[in-house]
Design a protein around this ligand. Structure first.
Ligand code: HEM
Length: 480
């Protein structure tokens, strides 16, 4: 067993740094075939195939069965995996190296013993994720499948381009600590390596592999079956021996469904604008290289204040129809980029300390850190939350919708809702519209917050409060 230790990884990363396109361009850069291929959303056509090829390695199946939350949270797993890989491909050199070190550490914990004999691996024998031959196999499945998927819908690469692509893939392997000497030297020997692996006793579909595959492909983990045509395509792209081992068949009906879908995709996909065709991390990388303003955190993280607010607003409308509007109050919205409350006064301080977190993975703690001015109004307040309840496990649909919105198109939709809301409120303000209590209506908006105009409501309450204090013979300007 040839393991990759931290020192090995570091010397491998030196190779990456020397060969990298540039600190900002990243390891591969815009002229690379790796960017040209990996930027295409079409490569997800092969995601199922790559997964099954990886699972067919008994170590990978055992590793996932024993160390991963893939089954509990397959979409989250998928998201994190692609995040890591895309950071290596499209990130700056520093980002790629940091992702490589993180992955090495994560893989360092993936060790164990095989529960049963699978192919050449005996029951009880050790497995390690940071082992050269196992890493080489997983790497090969990614590199080969990406090209196969690309060629399914776009003009195939020439032989020379394949050689260049493989040269770059060798550098990609270095990010996992695989030495150049441990890799096939050219595209022809890489193809030979893959074919030899398909026929060798290394790949054996273990019971764990079959269970994981069934959970994912037949939707037992996600509650959603993959479409018939996608399953057919995945089966078609697998080496024949593995199809049977995974219990997949490819007959006339599967061929029909796959061909129909592929024909449509081939017609439509090349006509799509590049904005829709290419993955978010590629678009961010291009923006970075053109010196354009980087998409804000809101694009890269899942914050979508205005989309969320609009949905809640629709819910509010529905609550009116049911006569339950008083059960549901929409007031002050902020996202993680606007945690510090601007209006620092006794009114907001009181609202703040009476907040009750429903869930949030530490969000409320960060919120209080950003608003420690509260104690200047309420000096006896000591009970700051030190933990927030964790988010409940995200459901499949929630994850999927977040994935769909976590790109520049999602950002534009968010902006659209913000402008729509601002326009409507500006109009209300211009007309001097009044709310149910006869107060002037006004809303302050920004990308990261939406709040009732303090001039309209807070000011009135603060004035009444100051009057009351004066009535009691106290000085309102002392703040407490
Ligand atoms: C070059 C080859 C490989 C690549 C590119 C790769 C990629 C990844 C990535 C991107 C992640 C997600 C890390 C994160 O949470 O951000 C991951 C996790 C993992 N990998 Fe690998 N991997 C490779 C090889 C292997 C091998 C050989 C095994 C098993 C023997 C393995 C088993 C695992 C397991 C069990 C996890 C944890 C999954 C979880 O947290 O749910 N990987 N890998």
């Amino acid at each position: 067993m040839q393991l990759v230790f931290e020192d090995d990884l570091e010397s491998s990363l030196d190779t990456v740094c020397k060969a990298a396109a540039g600190p900002v361009a990243g390891v591969f850069g815009p002229a690379s075939l790796t960017w040209r291929i990996d930027r295409e959303a079409a490569i997800f056509l092969g995601a199922g195939r790559a997964l099954l090829l990886q699972l067919a390695h008994p170590w990978v199946a055992a590793g996932i069965a024993e160390h991963s939350r893939t089954l509990a949270d397959p979409i989250g797993r998928f998201h994190r995996t692609f995040n890591t890989v895309f950071t290596m491909v499209f990130g700056t050199v520093d980002q790629a190296l940091a992702a490589a070190r993180r992955l090495h550490r994560r893989h360092g914990a993936v060790t164990g013993m095989l529960p049963s004999t699978a192919g050449r691996f005996a029951a009880g024998s050790a497995y390690r994720a940071n082992e050269v031959a196992a890493l080489r196999w997983v790497h090969a499945t990614l590199v080969e499948t990406a090209l196969l998927s690309h060629d399914l819908v776009l003009p195939a690469l020439t032989h020379g381009e394949r050689e260049q692509y493989w040269g770059e893939a060798r550098l990609f392997a270095a990010l996992f600590g695989i030495r150049q000497a441990d890799l096939p030297s050219d595209w022809t020997s890489f193809t030979a390596y893959n074919e030899a692996m398909w026929g060798a006793d290394v790949l054996t579909v273990s019971p764990a592999a079959r269970t994981i595959a069934e959970q994912i492909l037949f939707g037992r983990a996600t509650g959603l079956r993959v479409p018939k045509w996608y399953l057919a395509l995945t089966t078609h792209l697998l080496p024949e021996q593995l199809r049977g081992e995974f219990g997949l068949s490819f007959g006339e009906s599967e061929a029909r469904s796959m061909n129909l879908a592929l024909a449509r995709i081939r017609r439509l996909y090349p006509r799509l604008p590049m904005r829709l065709r290419t993955v978010g991390p590629y678009q961010e990388a291009v923006a970075r290289l053109q010196g354009r303003k980087q998409p804000g955190l809101a694009v890269r993280s899942l914050n979508r204040l205005w989309i969320g607010r609009t949905l809640m607003h629709l819910f509010k409308k529905w609550s009116f129809l049911r006569g339950r509007q008083h059960w549901y109050c929409m007031n002050y919205f902020i996202d993680e980029d606007a945690l510090e409350i601007e209006e620092k006064n006794i009114f907001t301080a009181t609202e703040l300390i009476t907040l009750l977190p429903a869930c949030g993975n530490g969000g409320l703690v960060r919120f209080f850190d950003a608003n420690d001015w509260v104690t200047s109004f309420l000096p006896h307040y000591k009970d700051r939350p030190s933990a927030t309840p964790a988010n409940p496990p995200a459901r499949f649909w929630k994850r999927t919708v977040e994935q769909l919105l976590n790109n520049p198109a999602g950002d534009r939709l968010d902006d659209f809702f913000r402008k729509l809301t601002s326009r409507r409120w500006n109009e209300k303000e211009r007309r001097g519209a009044l709310d149910g209590k006869g107060q002037r209506m006004s809303l302050k908006t920004d990308k990261h917050f939406s709040r009732p105009n303090p001039e309209m409501m807070q000011k009135r309450i603060l004035t009444a409060y100051a009057d009351k204090l004066r009535g009691l013979g106290l000085n309102p300007s002392s703040g407490n």
